[in-house]
Write a protein that binds this ligand. Structure first.
Ligand SMILES: [Zn+2]
Length: 165
């Protein structure tokens, strides 16, 4: 496999044209969520059908979702990575709404788990969502911020239920 340089011609054998029509309108909504692909289809549907009908919301997906926004004191580099990218998006797209979504059984939170074994991850994630939301509101005073938690419901074929936090 070669890396395409500026002078390389596109290879028609491997090129792929997406069927989705390009929409150049600036998305008004920005979603911050975990990159865990198992949740992506449900998150996408939730955003499109329940929240806003915005079919092309901006998505900022990193493992653990908003968690870096709670790390200003502990890991300022992580916080600033998120902050710079958020500032860029909000500035260029004129974002009016930020939707932060956490999810059940998040691998990132399991990995970073500290404290007693009985520690409730959902509680921790809800607290982090609120902290991050407060931070986002102070960073972007004109932008509406809301927080949601996705949990599994049902037995053999579970579905994802989103609840406001
Ligand atoms: Zn996750």
């Amino acid at each position: 496999m070669t890396v395409a340089g500026a002078d390389d011609k596109a290879n028609p054998e491997t090129a792929y044209e997406a069927s989705a029509a390009w929409d150049g309108g600036r998305p008004a909504t920005l979603v911050i969520c975990c990159s865990d692909g198992r949740w992506r289809a449900a998150v996408q549907e939730f955003v499109e059908h329940h929240l806003s009908g915005d079919t092309h919301a901006d998505m900022l997906m990193v493992p653990g979702g908003i968690e870096p926004l709670t790390l200003l004191d502990l890991l300022p580099k992580d916080f600033n990575f998120m902050r710079r990218r958020l500032e860029g998006l909000v500035e260029t797209h004129g974002t009016r709404r930020i939707v932060a979504i956490a999810h059940e059984d998040c691998g990132w939170y399991h990995r970073r788990k500290v404290g007693p074994v009985t520690f409730d991850l959902r509680e921790r994630q809800a607290a982090d969502l609120k902290r991050a939301a407060a931070r986002l509101r102070s960073m972007f005073p004109g932008v509406a911020v809301e927080t949601w938690y996705g949990r599994l419901s049902g037995g053999a074929k579970p579905r994802v239920v989103f609840e406001e936090v």
